[in-house]
Write a protein that binds this ligand. Structure first.
Ligand code: AMP
Ligand code: MG
Length: 346
């Protein structure tokens, strides 16, 4: 094939050149690893000119994921988040720059979505146990629903404190932490000079550069493939230098006695699982935004969700509803799409 395309001498020179490049990068390494951290699968893969440095970068990336888990997990009693939940209703609590950033960003998305994204969902959401098929009782619902309201969060950026203004408030950063963690790991890899990488934490990923001269291919899962890891994705996207987050009703769920799917994305207005959409994917510059936006749009539904994404610069969305209809934000519409199908494709 090669000889057919080029005259023999050219082919020979090309061979020598590529051999030269190869020997200059004899220690280069393509590194990849997957570990279970933050209750999900964390994957890091990248290319580096030095195999030794690549191993250090990989170790630092995984260590950062573990650090974030130890800091933000609601299940680890000593985490910063658990301590806030224990003490912030009684008095303002000092918080780290990291928590300040995450709570501030969460409040931004709460205001932007009129409360569809709300980290105080956990006031009631804490009492869902998807593994053991448990949900809050009617009594718990009546008592705790009023505690879901981001306006109960008094964040003081100057003093770096957070206070809960309602005694039953509890917060959970599960809707933003993984996207943020992916950003952090990308920053660490960049610090080691990495230019081509992919990092993912469950449904939140970010790609840096390309993969050997071609875009990274990122798939959107079929929401109803029953968790089959080998099942083909419904949509495959060629991507470079972008964050991509998917929220789905298939991640953590159970089917209750009435046949309803009880899943982990909560509508803060009702305290129940959000219905209508089954999968929401958001594309944008960084995970700390695409992650909360995927959760937000899931709660808002097709119409309000697409309207929100279409007004934000630099973000796009792919939505799948319970009938399997796929909706795209304006930035992803095929140029020849007929006006009547605007936003929808089956
Ligand atoms: P994601 O997988 O990014 O859609 O995030 C889902 C996670 O976000 C859940 O497991 C909860 O920890 C959290 N969450 C659920 N509902 C909400 C909500 N309405 N606002 C903010 N966070 C939420
Ligand atoms: Mg999300």
């Amino acid at each position: 094939m090669f000889a057919n395309k080029f005259p023999p001498l050219t082919a020979y020179l090309l061979c020598l050149c590529s051999l030269g490049i190869f020997s200059a990068k004899a220690n280069a390494a393509w590194v990849e690893d997957t570990q279970n951290i933050m209750g999900t699968r964390i994957s890091i893969s990248f290319w580096h000119d030095s195999a030794a440095i690549a191993q250090r970068a990989l170790a630092d990336g995984m260590a950062e994921m573990r650090r974030i888990d130890q800091t933000l997990s609601p299940y680890i009693e000593t985490s910063d988040l658990a301590l806030l939940n224990k003490n912030a209703a009684a008095a303002p609590q000092a918080i780290s720059d990291e928590l300040l950033f995450l709570v501030d960003k969460s409040l931004y998305y709460s205001r932007l979505s009129d409360g569809a994204f709300d980290i105080t969902f956990a006031s009631l959401g804490w009492f869902y146990d998807y593994r053991n098929k448990l949900q809050p009782s009617v009594k718990q619902r009546d008592k705790l629903l009023p505690a879901i309201n981001y306006k109960w969060l008094q964040l003081n950026p100057k003093q770096k404190t957070l206070r809960f203004l309602h005694p039953n408030v509890r917060i959970d950063l599960g809707g933003i932490a993984k996207g943020y963690a992916v950003d952090r790991v990308i920053d660490i890899l960049k610090g080691y000079g990495v230019e081509h990488a992919t990092v993912s934490a469950g449904g939140d990923s970010r790609v840096l550069g390309d993969k050997g001269g071609r875009p990274w291919m990122v798939g959107i899962k079929n929401p109803r493939d029953g968790g089959d890891e080998s099942a083909a994705p419904v949509i495959r996207l060629p991507l470079e230098n972008v964050a991509i987050s998917t929220s789905g009703d298939y991640e953590r769920y159970f089917i209750d006695d009435q046949g309803h799917r009880v899943h982990h994305i909560i509508n803060p207005k009702t305290g129940e699982s959000a219905s209508g959409l089954v999968s929401v994917t958001i594309l944008g510059p960084q995970g700390a935004d695409t992650d909360p936006l995927s959760t937000t749009v899931f709660v808002l539904g097709v119409e309000k969700g697409l309207a929100l994404i279409n007004q934000l610069r630099g973000f796009d969305a792919i939505l799948i509803d319970s009938k399997g209809t796929v909706f795209y934000s304006d930035g992803l519409l095929a140029p020849d799409a007929a006006p009547a199908t605007s936003g929808a494709a089956s």
